[in-house]
Design a protein around this ligand. Structure first.
Ligand code: NAD
Length: 290
């Protein structure tokens, strides 16, 4: 069993980003700048945002966090996004999800200028990504690809099963790994809550790579995978005792795996690193450096 260490990979990517930023700054340009919008006080969101802001500093970026009350209206949030879109000093913006009930998240995502959409959730970016064109790729899925690349895990020609079809993880990773990308060319099966259990097991048991993003602790058990599988655990689940676990029964399944991601220290770290890559790309596009 080998660990796909997201911290090690993310640290290496961020060190490389910081070097590129210092070259740009030495050449007289301003630093890249990320704006983060956080609505309310959702505890996991607070921790994700903190990690993103800290990683901006490590990457040599400027960042600012705009906090809005839980009661903010959709109209007020859309107005703020328009201001950020028009602000030339911001290269990339993220609106931390989830948003309160009174706000339609898709409408908010659609309002972000595609050239500042470093999460890669805007239909223009998602569509370009799906078509194999240059785009901001959804950060968690992109982070998974970077992790597989870093550890030189074979992907092309492999059979990959994705469990979960969310717009932010399952759907984009299934498209990216099946596309003709540098990390891609796999044969991908996308499964979800309506996939019959028997069919799910048939697929996962013959998969070379399993990616799980369902949000259920211990969902993947040893009987579901073959020996030598590569297992990517996207889940972040907070147990009642405060412990963070993924969607895989790690102690039981890890001995069967060739490669496996830990939680924490796996995909979560890579999501943040991928956001930094996207922000640097937004900045380089802005200054026509890329
Ligand atoms: P989600 O919570 O929006 O949806 C869950 C998905 O799981 C759905 O598509 C559903 O069809 C599928 N599902 C549920 N039960 C299933 C079953 N029995 N069999 C097959 N499929 C089933 O998904 P999400 O937003 O991708 O989040 C999933 C998990 O990943 C959560 O724990 C979340 O916290 C975590 N997450 C982690 C990161 C990261 O950076 N590591 C990023 C995003 C989400």
């Amino acid at each position: 069993m080998n660990l796909l260490d997201g911290k090690r990979c993310a640290d290496s990517l961020i060190a490389d980003i910081a070097k590129q930023v210092s070259r740009h700054v030495d050449a007289g340009l301003r630093k890249p700048h990320m704006t983060v919008v956080l609505v309310g006080h959702h505890a996991p969101s607070e921790s994700y945002v903190k990690s993103k802001v800290t990683t901006c500093t490590l990457s040599g970026f400027e960042s600012n966090l705009i906090r809005l009350p839980e009661t903010v209206t959709e109209k007020e949030l859309l107005w703020l996004i328009q201001q950020i879109n028009a602000d030339a000093s911001t290269d990339g913006v993220i609106v931390q999800l989830p948003l309160p009930k009174q706000i339609n998240a898709q409408r908010v995502i659609n309002a972000i200028a595609p050239e500042k959409d470093i999460d890669g959730f805007h239909p223009a970016n998602f569509g370009r990504m799906a078509l194999g064109q240059k785009a901001f790729r959804p950060a968690t899925a992109y982070g998974i690809c970077k992790l597989l690349q870093f550890y030189q895990v074979p992907v092309a020609g492999k059979h990959c099963v994705v469990i979960g079809r969310s717009n932010i993880v399952g759907k984009p990773i299934s498209i990216m790994l099946s596309n003709d990308f540098d990390i891609g060319n796999a044969t991908v099966t996308l499964t979800h809550i309506e996939t019959p259990r028997e069919l799910l097991l048939e697929e996962t048991r013959r998969a070379d790579i399993v990616i799980v993003a369902v949000g259920i602790p211990g969902f993947v058990t040893p009987d579901m995978v073959k020996d030598g599988v590569t297992l990517i655990d996207v889940g972040i689940n907070r147990l009642e005792n405060g412990k963070i676990v993924g969607d895989v029964d790690f102690p039981a399944v890890a001995p069967k795996c060739e490669w496996i991601t830990p939680v924490p220290g796996g995909v979560g770290r890579m999501t943040v690193a991928a956001l930094m890559i996207n922000t640097l790309m937004a900045y380089q596009n802005n200054f026509e450096l890329a």
